[in-house]
Write a protein that binds this ligand. Structure first.
Ligand SMILES: *[C@@H]1O[C@H](CO)[C@@H](O)[C@H](O)[C@H]1NC(C)=O
Ligand SMILES: *[C@@H]1O[C@H](CO)[C@@H](O)[C@H](O)[C@H]1NC(C)=O
Ligand SMILES: *[C@@H]1O[C@H](CO)[C@@H](O)[C@H](O)[C@H]1NC(C)=O
Length: 442
């Protein structure tokens, strides 16, 4: 015990004597729970830390958690935290009101920066890549969230306490490169006992060159293979392809070192097989489906992307063949392997007979006139939420939080106005004016 204490004390004293460390020095920021004793299984606890400096660069994450106790540890960046530093609060999505007052991890400006889960290996950022946080950025606070799945250790007779969390490795020196995540998703639906393609494509319109280095796929139970591509000069290059039934982590991109720049097209396809006896649509619940392809990238020089998502209405309204610039997309060059589950030989062929005969409009969200229910923003927000803790992730995406809209009347009105605009656009989209709306999240 003493031998542990002495170096600890020494380092505290030395850093105390020197005051603020020199800017090039690596600093560790502890975001550990202060000996908490959750008593209800599936409790989510949060702790916030203010990033005092204008800029702090996070270069690494060291998880401190026992997989027997903590199911996951997530690190969020916030504009405003769900509660001030110094408080531990209940921040579970599913926190019941009986469990006491609770707020989400962030009041405003939610980003997800890192996740650790029991099966996930430890994540290191590529060399010279970091997250830029601090008072001069939109990430003014960091919030660590621990999901306590099994609380028996904290109950009698053990009466233990917990210090799970993360230690961040930071520096004041900007790294050359910055990380971000681009999300591709679709709406749409697939009829019973068919194979269908959910396709999406967007042109890169920003003057930013991104380097995809990892990807993640996400579907619920009907997804069989999800693939993503860069198309440059009519040539399709695979970014990633995975069976979404495998652990949904970020995996290394198929082709390391390729870039995506203005004028390139990013395209993704989810091949789904509806083995149920009913039509299944993209939606928010577990009995609905999801089609997501996430691209983790870095840029050699900030900024990262402004528009960081790409959405299509999906089948039966939109396929790659509906992309406005067919010449540029060069569909003939799309790889046959797009619908081949890795490790198998033949592609899963789309076999939906014709225009869908929906059983009833009640059953199917996403049909014209009902498209309001499946707003693109909801789907994209869902895609962000469903970056579940099995993933290692860096997500640099702003989320508008409905709670804030309720609190701030003015913002609420603006939000309503935006939503009306969006609904109108969705309605037009459903009416078939898709090309005009093309290009991702408004
Ligand atoms: C919870 O953890 C304890 C050990 O602390 C273990 O004995 C018990 O089986 C676990 N319960 C579940 C449901 O995993
Ligand atoms: C479509 O293909 C799947 C997978 O091969 C098959 O199970 C299903 O019966 C086919 N459906 C139709 C309508 O041909
Ligand atoms: C992923 O890429 C990194 C960096 O290129 C490499 O060190 C690592 O071994 C790769 N992992 C796998 C599973 O291929």
């Amino acid at each position: 015990m003493a031998s542990v204490m002495i170096p600890l004390l020494l380092s505290v004293m030395v850093s105390g004597l020197l005051g603020h460390p020199p800017p090039w020095k690596e600093q560790q920021i502890n975001m550990l729970m202060p000996g908490v004793k959750p008593t209800v299984p599936d409790t989510y606890l949060c702790k916030s830390v203010k990033m005092e400096d204008d800029h702090t660069y996070i270069t690494g994450f060291i998880p401190n958690a026992d997989a027997n106790i903590a199911h996951h540890v997530l690190l969020y960046g916030c504009e405003e935290p769900g509660a001030e530093p110094g408080r531990i609060w209940n921040c579970g999505e599913m926190a019941s009101s009986s469990a006491g007052p609770h707020a989400g991890p962030c009041r405003t400006g939610l980003n997800i920066l890192y996740a650790w889960a029991m099966e996930a290996p430890r994540l290191s950022l590529p060399p010279d890549v970091s997250f830029n946080v601090g008072q001069a950025t939109s990430t003014k606070y960091l919030v660590v969230q621990v999901h306590y799945k099994n609380v028996s250790k904290f109950l009698p007779p053990e009466n233990g306490e917990d210090h799970s969390g993360l230690t961040l490795v930071t520096t004041q020196v900007p790294s050359q490169k910055q990380a971000g995540v681009y999300i591709m998703s679709t709406g749409g639906s697939l009829p019973s006992h068919t194979v269908e393609y959910f396709e999406v494509a967007c042109e890169m319109t920003e003057d930013v060159e991104i380097f995809p280095f990892a990807f993640r796929t996400h579907a619920h139970s009907l997804g069989r293979v999800i693939s993503g591509y860069r198309i440059r000069d009519g040539v399709w290059t695979e970014i990633g392809r995975k069976d979404p039934r495998l652990p949904e982590m970020f995996y290394n991109a198929t082709n390391q070192g390729i870039s995506v720049r203005r004028g390139d097209i990013l395209a993704a396809r989810c091949t789904m097989h509806d083995t149920t006896d009913h039509t299944v649509s993209i939606g928010a619940t577990q009995k609905d489906e999801m089609c997501n392809f996430y691209i983790m990238y870095y840029v050699n020089k900030p900024p990262t992307l402004q528009v960081d998502s790409c959405f299509s209405p999906g089948p039966p309204y939109w396929y790659w063949k509906d992309y406005p610039d067919q010449e540029k997309l060069n569909l003939d060059a799309a790889p046959d392997t797009a619908s081949v589950i890795p490790g198998t030989n033949s592609p899963l062929k789309r076999n939906v007979s014709q225009a869908y005969a929906f059983e009833s409009s009640e059953e199917v969200e996403g049909v014209p006139g009902r498209f309001n229910d499946v707003l693109a923003d909801d789907i994209i927000d869902q895609a962000i939420e469903e970056l579940d803790p099995q993933s290692l992730l860096y997500l640099v995406q702003e989320l508008a939080e409905e709670e804030e809209w309720q609190q701030q009347q003015q913002q609420q009105q603006e939000a309503q106005r935006q939503e009306m605009l969006l609904r109108e656009r969705q309605r037009q989209m459903a009416l078939g004016q898709i090309p005009a709306l093309y290009g991702g999240r408004p």
